[in-house]
Design a protein around this ligand. Structure first.
Ligand code: AMP
Ligand code: MG
Length: 395
């Protein structure tokens, strides 16, 4: 039986096997969640021109109580065709181009218009630059506005649009196949016979893969039979960049996954990690295809997906594989496990990491509402309340 590999080494081995996927142009409208492959430079200043922050009058700065002739209007999308002088003003809308000659805008609430004489009285002093937004205040032409590796969220979609991009260069989404093993599994919603359980891992793992930016191309289930397992693995590897298996990777008489993977030409990189939950985790490759054999216990399969498969999916897309981390005090004492780091599910209450409830690897409800996975280092004792621990954030 091979020795247990520490979590960091195991994760490094996974990442060492990852090659970023080929690039494609992604229209901005479909870019949410995608990963930018190269720095995006602003194609022009944003805003593109000096404009008004208010509805009011474009004027020259100066004292209060001036009476000015209204000589035109500048609307959003339709600039004025005249200039402002010392004794004139131009009506202006928010976002409209500042007319030549003006250096400020007075807000309409500080003015009084006399329509009969086409004049406006200014009730306040106007300072240079008041209520004016300069060209390039948000983005400067040519500057990097989104660095390579950015995961495109809502704000980044808008920034890219403002920066003149109509599409983005991104690695294609990883194609992921999910294959659950187990004679006891029946599909969600089906009635249970004695000894059967619902297959929750398939859909959970598919959901995690989707959340990590993958295209889930196959979700299947195979009974605990050597030949069927081999066939299902071969079929899944036909079209996938990544195969995620659940169950059947331990040492029981009905665990066929390791042998079937070997028979399918998948080369083992590691098996068994000094981790709780998730000790039997297996990882291998066939060419550039990645294969994760995750343990079947529902919490184990989620935790090991998050620790090993999610970083790989991110790296395949060119994103930073590392999860965000914080250091947090434990809200309560937590016993350690000899020889294995334990990752407990925690939620943040009053800035302390609080266990989500019982932490058995079969207690999937312990993942509900979890903010992160807190690492309890291997040991014989227990960590007292208040001890600082590393927490990998789930989002
Ligand atoms: P295994 O890793 O195959 O030994 O399975 C470990 C435990 O996880 C057993 O209690 C299984 O019934 C359970 N299990 C395996 N696969 C699934 C699945 N797809 N959904 C829910 N539970 C599972
Ligand atoms: Mg099984």
């Amino acid at each position: 039986m091979p020795a247990l590999l520490d979590v960091q080494t195991a994760r490094d081995r996974v990442l060492a096997a990852v090659r970023r996927l080929p690039l494609e142009a992604v229209p901005l409208a479909g870019a949410l969640g995608r990963v930018l492959s190269a720095d995006l430079h602003a194609g022009g200043d944003v805003p593109p021109f000096t404009n008004s922050a208010m509805d009011g009058f474009a004027v020259r700065s100066g004292p209060a109580d001036r009476v000015l002739r209204i000589v035109g209007e500048s609307r959003a999308g339709a600039p004025a065709d005249t200039a402002v002088t010392d004794d004139s003003a131009i009506r202006i809308s928010t976002g409209a181009m500042l007319p030549d000659g003006a250096d400020a805008v007075i807000m309409v609430e500080r003015t009084e218009e006399d329509p009969s004489t086409h004049t406006v009285r200014l009730h306040a002093v106007v300072t240079p630059g008041q209520n004016v937004r300069g060209a390039g205040e948000d983005m400067r032409a040519g500057s990097v506005v989104l660095p390579a590796g950015t995961v495109i969220r809502a704000a980044a979609v808008g920034v890219a649009a403002g920066a003149h991009a109509g599409s983005l260069s991104c690695a294609r989404r990883p194609r992921v196949a999910v294959l659950a093993t187990g004679d006891e599994l029946v599909p969600p919603g089906a009635p249970l016979l004695p000894g059967q359980i619902h297959n929750s891992n398939s859909l959970t793992l598919a959901a995690l893969a989707t959340e990590a930016g993958a295209d889930v191309v196959l979700v299947d289930h195979v009974p605990d039979r050597a030949e069927a397992t081999r066939d299902a693995i071969a079929a899944a590897l036909d079209d996938a960049d990544v195969l995620v298996l659940s169950g059947g990777v331990s040492v029981g008489p009905h665990d066929h996954v390791k042998a079937a993977l070997e028979a399918s030409g998948v080369v083992e990189h590691f098996w068994r990690v000094a981790l709780r939950p998730g000790k039997p985790t297996w990882f291998g490759t066939r060419g550039e295809q990645l294969v994760f054999g995750l343990p079947g216990n529902p919490v184990s399969s989620m935790v090991t997906f998050l620790l090993f498969a999610r970083p790989a999916l991110r790296a395949l897309q060119g994103a930073d594989p590392a999860a965000r981390r914080v250091r947090m005090p434990l809200a309560q004492p937590v016993p350690q496990t000899a020889g294995r780091d334990e990752l407990v599910r925690v939620t943040f209450v009053d800035d302390a990491a609080t266990l989500t409830g019982p932490q058995g690897s079969h207690v999937l409800t312990s993942m509900l509402g979890a903010d992160g996975l807190a690492r309890i280092p291997a040991g014989e004792g227990e960590l007292a309340a208040g001890v600082l621990v590393d927490v990998e954030l789930l989002q």
